[in-house]
Design a protein around this ligand. Sequence first.
Ligand code: BDR
Ligand code: CA
Length: 306
Amino acid sequence: MRKIIIDTDIGVDDAFAVRYGSLVFDLIGITTVNGNCTANMATQNAKLFCSHYKKNIKVYKGASRPLVEPPSPPSFDIHGKDGLGGVYDNPFDDKAPNAIEYLINNVKENPGEITVIAIGPLTNIAIALNLYPDFAKDIKELVIMGGAFGFNGHNGNMSHFAEFNIYSDPHAADIVMQSSMPITILPLDVTNKVQITAKEVANTNDEFLKNISKFYIDFSLKQKIFHDMAVHDALTIAYLVNPQAFTTIKKPCRVITSGIAKGQTVIPRDERVAPNDCFLGLKEHTICIDVDVNAVKEHLLNTLKI
Ligand code: BDR
Ligand code: CA
């Protein structure tokens, strides 16, 4: 069974992804990062999650701020005042062993075996790569929820150009994209398309997911592009379960790190080598640009059913 580590700023759709991942793969660890909520809160949320589902999964605390920029405010308007819909009292503390050491040691000790699923800003992954460049060689695969490329009319959700996870630490994302790791990217182009209703969540009989998603659903319904709730992060697991449900392209990718397009994920627009070519010699990553919505939803909702 595939061994996965999920790196997360655990908010509502992250919780769907972690639950889904824990049901279909061998989830060996959760590493937290600043993003939807602080790294401390994400650590508490991850512990709450594991305790609720009685999962003996270790939680590790990662970066509390982006590499270069000051941390942006947590997304409490989307994910609620604690990142998990603000419905549970959280009795857990924010102490946990170091996530970056855990990521490096685990990947180093199990070369070619560990899939890392990054569903928050890419700060931990960039630091791991900086400290241990062979991380790129030893990892089996990195699967990212992040970015927006303009396919299917889907652009940014933080600006006209940028998606939240990439925007929140563009320098880290650009380091990761330039690495030689095998990377698959699930951008908004596909994640915006897979939306589920409150009723569909209720039908899973999963009280935890039902309770935490109320706030997020209310927020989603106020957004023009959503008719229901997008479960962005869960698409990383869906891809690994059934890659045939996705249309992909192979391209090198970079991230704009400052200016009005900060956080934009960019790919070459044609085959030409430009005089000043920022993609020269870079590995081509797998970028998902379309998805079989029904196939993904069916497997996700059936798997979540209790
Ligand atoms: C991403 O941003 C976060 O709010 C979600 O958890 C997801 O990872 C979508 O842009
Ligand atoms: Ca997330």
